[in-house]
Design a protein around this ligand. Structure first.
Ligand code: S3P
Length: 441
């Protein structure tokens, strides 16, 4: 019988996860479906010409917010999200009866804005964290295409009004490297009049491009520019969502810092625009193997095997790698602090606009464990030479990726620790504490 070394509890409406000293062993785990791909699959399927089936989507609150919003817009989506969902595409969206609640999910709000811009009257709103996040980055290119979309001082709620004319294709240069914004423009371009060319300042994750191509859209990529013609989409037939690399990275980092652990992560999305953090780990000297790579619907998939306990060394992150490891920065900094190495992240000021100000929340988390960690205007600096010690309790500050980083520190310090305010972890990983237990306890 499993001992009760990890337990999730909920008292007075505040959830927490309790961890005790880990027991390193060999284990095989599977991650939830990739969150980025799941959002895109439901959005693309909802405008496709026919019925799509989506298997193994991410069942977290963020993707559920996308599904609920699409249903409120008239899409027919049936089934069980963590096994198979059937989506019947629609030609025209229905005006929703109330504001669409995007919850904590920036992906839902920004990409949905592009999907529906010009086509229906709708208000997109979200929770307190989402209401603090910048939205002009997505409304500005949509306005260039003729959409009537307003923010509230640059933040949510977004108010969109249907246009009498279709949107116009345009040549758009994005000021921020954001896959969500790029995707919003690509979605809007599918029903615009004339071609659209979107140019991004750095190459961001390209799941949308791969998915649209697999659905028959006419799309050409040239460097950092993507040209797209108005296109009808074929449905997604038996689309199997790969495991989420960003969720996996907490487990990979955990296994790296825990001597004696030997972890296999099966069926992971290995899209090259997502896995730059693996290159950094390898440059640090971590023992990581990629196995059984294959391809499905244009996405690379593979297994990753990690063996813990190697001494690590400092490694540099290049500016152009940042968009391809943006969500892994809290875990990378955590791993560096746990390994006792010097480490610096720069060119990452966009982390201040995530679910929390992740430069600030990551530094606070690391300092709570006694690490030498400094917040820089655009990054974080970690100093070597401190032995970390676990406090009795830490908080996620409402950010799932800070909560999962705290779990890595629990492993590294081999201590009993309580992580508070862990409800947010369910935005991306509903059964995180069970899978964490099977990997390390
Ligand atoms: C995402 C893109 C990134 C990432 C977010 C998911 C996506 O955000 O941080 O977690 O699915 O396209 P930005 O587009 O804001 O850079």
């Amino acid at each position: 019988m499993q001992d009760r070394c990890v337990s999730a509890s909920k008292a007075l409406g505040v959830s927490s996860i309790e961890l005790s000293a880990p027991r390193p062993h060999s284990a095989t785990v599977r991650m939830p479906g990739d969150k980025s791909i799941s959002h895109r699959a439901f959005m693309c399927a909802s405008i496709a010409d026919g019925e799509s089936s989506i298997v193994g989507a991410n069942a977290g609150a963020d993707v559920r917010a996308t599904v609920d919003a699409l249903r409120a817009l008239g899409a027919s989506i049936r089934g069980d999200i963590s096994s198979a969902m059937h989506v019947r595409g629609i030609r025209d969206f229905r005006t929703p009866g109330s504001a669409l609640d995007c919850g904590n999910s920036g992906s839902t709000m920004r990409m949905l804005a592009g999907l529906i811009a010009g086509r229906v009257d709708a208000t997109l709103d979200g929770d307190a964290s989402l209401r603090r996040r910048p939205m002009e980055r997505v409304t500005y290119p949509l306005r260039m295409m003729g959409a009537d979309v307003k923010t509230t001082n640059g933040k949510p709620p977004l108010k969109l009004r249907a246009s009498p004319q279709p949107l116009r294709g345009a040549a758009i240069t994005l000021p921020v490297a954001s896959a969500q914004v790029k995707s919003a423009v690509l979605f809007a371009a599918l029903r615009a009049q004339g071609p659209t060319v979107v140019t991004e300042p750095a190459h961001t994750r390209d799941h949308t491009e791969r998915m649209l191509r697999s659905m028959g859209a006419s799309l050409d990529v040239n460097g950092n520019s993507i040209a797209v013609q108005p296109s009808l989409l074929k449905p997604l037939a038996d689309y199997r969502v790969p495991g989420d690399f960003s969720a996996a990275f907490f487990f990979i980092a955990g296994a790296v810092v825990l001597p004696g652990s030997n972890l296999r992560l099966e069926n992971l999305g290995m899209n090259p625009t997502r896995i730059a953090a693996l290159d950094v780990l390898r440059a640090m000297g971590a023992d990581i193997e990629i196995m059984d790579t294959r391809e499905d619907h244009g996405e690379a998939i593979g297994d990753v095997v990690v063996r813990g306990g190697r001494d690590l060394r400092n490694a540099a992150i290049e500016a152009e790698q940042i968009p391809n490891l943006i969500d892994e920065i809290p875990a990378l900094c955590t791993l560096a602090a746990a390994a006792g190495i010097d480490f610096e992240v720069r060119n990452a000021s966009d982390l201040r606009t995530k679910e929390s100000d992740r430069l600030a929340t990551t530094v606070r988390l690391l300092r709570a464990f006694g690490a030498i960690a400094e917040e820089l205007p655009d990054g974080i600096s970690i100093g070597s030479g401190r032995r970390l010690r676990a406090p009795e309790r830490v908080t996620t500050e409402g950010d799932h990726r800070i909560g999962m980083s705290a779990a890595i520190l629990g492993l590294a310090t081999r201590s009993r620790i309580t992580i508070d305010d862990t409800d947010c972890i369910a935005t991306s990983f509903p059964n995180f504490s069970d899978v964490w237990r099977s990997a390390f306890y």
